[in-house]
Design a protein around this ligand. Structure first.
Ligand code: KG4
Ligand code: ZN
Length: 445
């Protein structure tokens, strides 16, 4: 049990009791915004039982200064490691302070909540979110242009950028009012700068840079695909090392992440992305844009009756979807020429099954290759229930921890950009106001 007592006006002591005797203590002084830890002691026979850790936890929960400071003998490695565990870093060395060595002056800054305003405008969604500490979606607005682009069967870039321009200030205002916050309350401004449609990206980028300039807060540039990945941090905490399966309109990637900031490509599509194929199949069966969700709906009532080609079963961890795309196009064309009708539900079901089989088997191969025990899925196609459940089942059978964002965070949104921006914020990776948009870019942090 820990009891707190006041020694002098600004001096306190936390005593650790076992059977009514004090076996350890932590003393500290409070000086305005700083708490100085002056002494930490645990009886010899009670060491290595986590008593010092408990004392520090108690301290961190009971006082909330801007920072904690302490001083320690450089030879006291056990203590130094403990302090590091609590985020203490050495900020100064007092030479020969002790007879046997230097004194390290360490400090641990208490992180206050970090609010990031994040904008996503890489394609046909204008979205603004406020994200707290990279994990909490405080408020989000997504303005979709689908109804406009639907008429053309796909996104028209020029129309998309004009609509972003028209919408961005309204979407921004709506998010701020939902959160009941002001632009001054933000700790940083972030946006997607690549990859995507240049005209669309520029609207979000210029807005964000302007906000950062006016409010004198850091600007953070986010790679859209990293946004998809970090959507897995919303309401959750990603565990590393992990394998990420990214399935979107432009990407089908397998990425290995040893830690929060390391990226290694394990596999990629050699041709079309899986979402692109869904959209193409939708067009063949006359379903409106965006095709993916509509193909999924039809597949629900279909049977797996149409034979599909084997998808790149070459033992590699790459994907290929152009073969199945051509296959479906030719199949529909041939049947039409013969005057036969197509069972659209069965065709969608057969196509979805074949694509899912490939995603499952290649992901399993990559899990085995990397030894990762955590799998995350991300991107628009990750909102497909059949694919989610098939991957989940494979993970259960192979004792892999599986996480996939809530469906609304799989398709493009500002929240995922805020989640990724927080990782960059923590690592002091801020961007210059000269940053330009890029239509293509590999995943990068
Ligand atoms: O991630 P996203 O919103 O935008 C990109 O970054 O590309 O993904 C959009 C893609 C589109 O191809 C769309 O058809 C597909 O994701 N998609 C789906 C589903 N929902 C969206 N594909 C299959 N099943 C779905 N339920
Ligand atoms: Zn996307």
């Amino acid at each position: 049990m820990i009891k707190s007592k006041q020694i002098k006006e600004y001096e306190f002591e936390l005593d650790y009791f076992i059977d009514e005797s004090v076996v350890g203590y932590l003393k500290y002084e409070v000086t305005y915004e700083i708490v100085n830890v002056t002494d930490v002691y645990v009886d010899d026979k009670y060491r290595r039982q986590g008593i010092a850790t408990e004392l520090f936890n108690y301290l961190f929960n009971s006082v909330k200064p801007e920072k904690f400071m302490l001083e320690v003998n450089e030879n006291n490695l056990g203590a130094i490691n403990l302090y590091k565990k609590f985020g203490f870093v050495t900020i100064h060395v007092r030479k020969k302070y002790y007879k046997d060595g230097d004194a390290l002056i360490m400090e641990s800054k208490v992180r206050k909540d970090v609010y990031i305003l994040a904008i996503e405008s890489s394609c046909d969604e204008t979205s603004v979110s406020i994200v707290k500490n990279g994990t909490v979606d405080v408020a989000t607005t997504v303005n979709s242009q689908i109804d406009v682009h639907k008429k053309y069967g796909g996104v028209v870039p020029e129309v998309a950028s004009r609509m972003h321009l028209e919408n961005i200030t309204f979407v921004l205002d709506e998010t701020l009012s939902k959160a009941n916050m002001k632009l001054e309350d933000m700790d940083a401004f972030a946006c997607t700068y690549a990859p995507g449609l240049l005209g669309s990206l520029l609207v979000g980028l210029e807005t964000t840079k302007t906000l950062s300039l006016i409010y004198n807060k850091p600007f953070i540039k986010v790679n859209h695909m990293m946004g998809h990945i970090y959507a897995n941090n919303i309401g959750n905490n990603m565990s590393y090392p992990l394998l990420a399966l990214i399935v979107s309109g432009g990407h089908t990637d397998l990425i290995y992440m040893e830690s929060e900031t390391s990226i290694e490509y394990i596999g990629q599509t050699l041709d079309d992305a899986v979402g692109e194929c869904f959209d193409k199949v939708a067009r063949i069966v006359n379903l409106p844009y965006p095709g993916g969700p509509n193909v999924e709906k039809l597949a629900l009532n279909g049977k797996d009756t149409y034979p599909m080609p084997n998808l790149l079963s070459d033992g590699s961890t790459n994907f290929s979807f152009s073969g199945i795309k051509s296959h479906v196009v030719n199949l529909a064309h041939n049947e039409k020429q013969r005057g036969n009708s197509i069972n659209e539900e069965d065709l969608c079901c057969s196509f979805q099954n074949a694509v899912t089989k490939s995603l499952v088997s290649k992901t399993l191969l990559a899990l085995n290759k990397t030894g990762a025990k955590n799998l995350i899925m991300a991107g628009g196609v990750a909102s497909n229930s059949f694919i989610r459940e098939s991957i989940r089942k494979m993970c259960e059978e192979n004792s892999i921890n599986f996480s996939v964002p809530d469906k609304k965070y799989c398709t493009d949104n500002g929240t995922m950009i805020g989640a990724a921006a927080y990782v960059l914020y923590k690592n002091n990776k801020f961007a210059s106001l000269n940053t330009n948009a890029k239509s293509h870019e590999l995943l990068t942090l």
